[in-house]
Design a protein around this ligand. Structure first.
Ligand code: PHE
Length: 361
């Protein structure tokens, strides 16, 4: 049959020149498609003599097969090329180091909160919590501070407003963590060993006072607890917290309505070139208030004062954070100044734990 070689050459050229699958499809339609050149040639066989047909038939079939397999091979090659191109353009180098971002830090208050909790947990104290909005019963009366008591006036309390016509005494923003003593004794009874870290509120503002600050309350109730236990626990705590073996404390007689006897506790310190050093020298730094829980307080919380007694203490978390980490101004704690936080903050993944050391930055 005439012209088959020319047709083969033309079709093969068109196939190898097709630049994508759409162009290849056009080539297919125009060659082996219904009205394609190869198909038309096959149709011509109808008009041939049997001899001619015998010659042209196998030749045309061979051409058709050849074209079909060339189309299939090209189609595969085009698909591979398309995939390669996509892989190239969507390539991602996972070996690149992560972009560095400024990392957040742990606020010194959170850090010290965790440190104190870790130390007292080790001494067998569990953590208790209470609400920041308190009734005046829990914040005052149950702690042996009746309505006429001067301590109420001294505390610079924030009172909450009652609705019109509601004559109950106003709720307060708790002025100390001591109400958690009452709540814990009510809920858990005696014996009991708890600490309560938390936010407290007083209307006061200067370099060492902010209207919101943090306290940690300690309470141990049992049948034979004395001031000696209190002193041991506090000295143990200060030694671990400040990282100074055998730190000395001084108990000064004081007065709190909810403890009897009461003591303010100082730790040993010195001032060298205007720098405070805890745990050495012959100066004293006042740190906390403490005492033996007043029988009336036990009674208010349904603990029998003839059977049980115990000690309690309360200290400022912010204050001991300032002392430990040399932070001069309390107000900066709450300014959210990023430069300050980067300077005084702690690495985010460094959880305080006694066994791991407490003061890493
Ligand atoms: N609640 C006292 C205060 O806020 C501290 C304190 C707690 C004193 C427990 C003695 C016992 O000042």
């Amino acid at each position: 049959m005439d012209g088959l070689d020319a047709l083969r050459a033309k079709v093969m050229d068109a196939i190898s020149g097709a630049s994508d699958e759409a162009a290849l499809e056009d080539v297919r339609v125009s060659t082996v498609g219904k009205k394609g050149e190869v198909s038309l040639k096959m149709r011509e066989m109808g008009k041939m003599s049997p001899e001619e047909r015998q010659e042209a038939g196998p030749a045309l079939n061979a051409l058709k097969n050849e074209v079909n397999s060339a189309l299939a091979a090209k189609k595969e090659a085009l698909a591979d090329a398309a995939l390669n191109e996509r892989l190239q353009s969507e390539w991602l180098d996972v070996t690149l180091p992560a972009r560095t971002r400024p990392m957040g830090t742990i606020h010194p208050i959170s850090q010290v909160w965790e440190e104190v909790t870790a130390i007292f947990a080790d001494l067998g104290f569990s953590v208790a919590e209470g609400p920041q909005i308190e009734t005046d019963w829990y914040n005052f009366d149950a702690l042996n501070i009746p309505g006429h008591h001067p301590a109420r006036a001294e505390m610079d309390t924030f009172y909450m407003k009652r609705a019109e016509g509601d004559n109950r005494p106003p709720n307060v923003l708790r002025t100390h963590t001591s109400p958690v003593q009452i709540r814990s004794m009510e809920a858990l009874g005696a014996p009991l060993r708890i600490i309560c870290p938390g936010r407290v509120y007083r209307a006061d503002y200067d370099q060492t006072h902010t209207p919101m600050f943090h306290q940690i309350e300690g309470l141990a109730i049992d049948k034979d607890i004395s001031m000696a236990n209190l002193k041991w626990v506090l000295e143990e705590f200060f030694s671990i917290f400040f990282g100074i073996e055998g730190i000395k404390t001084r108990f000064r007689a004081s007065h709190f309505p909810f403890t009897e006897p009461s003591a303010e506790v100082d730790v040993q310190c010195s001032w060298v070139d205007g720098q405070l050093r805890i745990g050495e020298g012959d100066g004293w730094m006042e740190i906390l208030g403490s005492g033996m829980v007043h029988p009336k307080v036990l009674q208010a919380a349904n603990v029998d004062p003839y059977e049980y007694q115990g000690f309690a203490f309360g200290m400022g978390i912010d204050r001991i954070a300032m002392l430990k980490y040399g932070i001069p101004d309390l107000r900066a704690f709450f300014d959210s100044d990023l430069r300050w936080l980067r300077h005084y903050g702690f690495a985010a993944l460094d959880q305080p734990a006694i066994h791991a050391g407490l003061s890493r930055t």
